[in-house]
Design a protein around this ligand. Structure first.
Ligand code: SF4
Ligand code: SF4
Length: 59
């Protein structure tokens, strides 16, 4: 279960987190915001580190 979540007010849909996730656990939704797949996420934290807009939060 993922301990990370997206702050949709900050996410610009750039896709940097999607490209960095080794587990294909993030996709860009229809609203152009990132979505974390809670089942696939391994909590490595790479997406949080790479997001240029600080839009990934640890719960
Ligand atoms: S890297 Fe950050 S701003 Fe870019 S899609 Fe992911 S959460 Fe959104
Ligand atoms: S914490 Fe790691 S496994 Fe989970 S969505 Fe981010 S990059 Fe992918």
């Amino acid at each position: 279960m993922s301990k990370f979540k997206i702050d949709k007010s900050k996410c610009v849909g750039c896709g940097a987190c999607v490209n960095t996730c080794l587990y294909e656990a993030i996709e860009i939704g229809k609203d152009d915001k990132a979505i974390i797949n809670k089942e696939k996420c391994k909590n490595c934290g790479k997406c949080k580190k790479i997001c240029p807009f600080n839009a990934i939060l640890e719960k």
